[in-house]
Design a protein around this ligand. Structure first.
Ligand code: FAD
Length: 301
């Protein structure tokens, strides 16, 4: 699979060094990442909201190895929520539970999620739990369900490439909140995930229609794939409850603006922070042309 091949290349330390240790590499990364600081993310968020978009801010990081790092990640989200509130921004936050300690200390991760959900309530906004590798799916859904039952201002991402996702939706739709449907960004084995693009797309369309027909839950369709968007738009004609499109910062900016001009709600996922390399590798794996683009910029051709 192309995704696995690109991820294998980007995981090599020489590729990582070429991209992270050169100013050309970092400059190209700026297309997808707002910057290293919260301030840079707020600037990008203000610019996007000024153009009629909504925003989800993601302080980059995942898989901490010490619980102190998870506490620092929690604090960075609390600071982010303060800024959202101070600037009265139309923004929420997206978090990764492995960044908050899941897999290392699940009790601490649940506590961090509680603290973030409470702060989001004070800031008048919501929290989306990103979905990570499949060995974390079960715990992610468990921690999400507990926090959503307690606070009511959360949402969760689900991945159409996972064979289990329809069952997960049976569990999370009754919890309300919001659900973001995406295809899935990691390299997963065939026993847990569909491997062909056709199967992933077919699953996306089925789950998208199911979500559009579900009530009591806000729906987010996170894709840059026009064929998927068309299917969802047809299903949305009969929906009278909230739903929105979501796209990544730096990907199909023209299409984002076009959908807003058509009157649709668009939320742009804006990542920021110093730990941008793993995020970037997934963007390269989705579109190998991005890897070539990076390599050309770095070697100056
Ligand atoms: C808001 C948002 C949140 C997400 N959250 C998660 C999550 O929690 N967990 C998770 O596993 N995945 C997440 N993803 C990533 C997602 O799973 C896919 O990997 C990613 O969106 C690419 O799939 P696609 O639906 O855009 O379709 P694709 O078939 O990959 O792409 C369709 C078209 O979009 C364009 N395109 C797509 N990606 C790129 C790119 N990187 N650079 C340039 N052009 C591109 C190309 O024109 C391509 O032909 C999220 C995506 C979005 C938009």
């Amino acid at each position: 699979m192309i995704r696995s091949a690109v991820l294998a290349v980007t995981e090599r330390s020489i590729t990582r060094k070429m991209i992270t240790d050169t100013s050309a590499g970092r400059a190209v990364a700026r297309r997808f990442v707002a910057g290293d600081t919260l301030e840079s993310a707020i600037d990008v968020a203000r610019e996007l909201t000024g153009r009629g978009m909504h925003v989800s801010l993601d302080h980059l990081g995942e898989h901490v190895s010490e619980i102190e790092e998870a506490t620092t990640a929690r604090d960075s989200y609390l600071a982010c929520l303060d800024e959202i509130s101070a600037h009265n921004l139309d923004a929420n936050i997206s978090i990764k539970l492995t960044q908050l300690g899941m897999g290392l200390d699940n009790v601490a991760a649940a506590r961090h999620l509680d603290e973030i959900a409470l702060a989001a309530r004070v800031a008048g906004t919501t929290v989306t739990v990103d979905m990570e590798e499949s060995d974390h799916t079960e715990t992610t859904v468990d921690l999400y369900a507990a926090a959503q039952e307690k606070h009511g201002n959360l949402g969760i991402a689900v991945q159409s490439y996972l064979r289990r996702t329809a069952d997960d939706l049976d569990r999370v739709i009754p919890l309300g909140g919001h659900i973001r449907l995406c295809k899935g960004a990691y390299a997963e084995p065939a026993d847990v995930a569909f491997q062909s693009g056709g199967e992933v797309d077919g699953s996306f369309d089925r789950l998208g229609i199911l979500l559009m027909e579900s009530s009591g839950v806000d729906v987010a369709i996170a894709s840059h794939d026009d064929a998927r968007l068309e299917k969802v738009l047809a299903a949305a004609e009969h929906r009278d409850e909230p739903w929105e499109f979501q796209m990544l910062h730096g990907v199909r900016r023209d299409r984002q603006a076009e959908l807003v001009a058509m009157g649709h709600q668009m939320r742009v996922y804006v990542p920021y922070g110093e730990a941008w390399y793993p995020y970037l590798t997934r963007r390269m794996a989705e579109r190998p042309a991005n890897l070539l683009f990076f390599m050309r910029a770095v070697v100056g051709r």
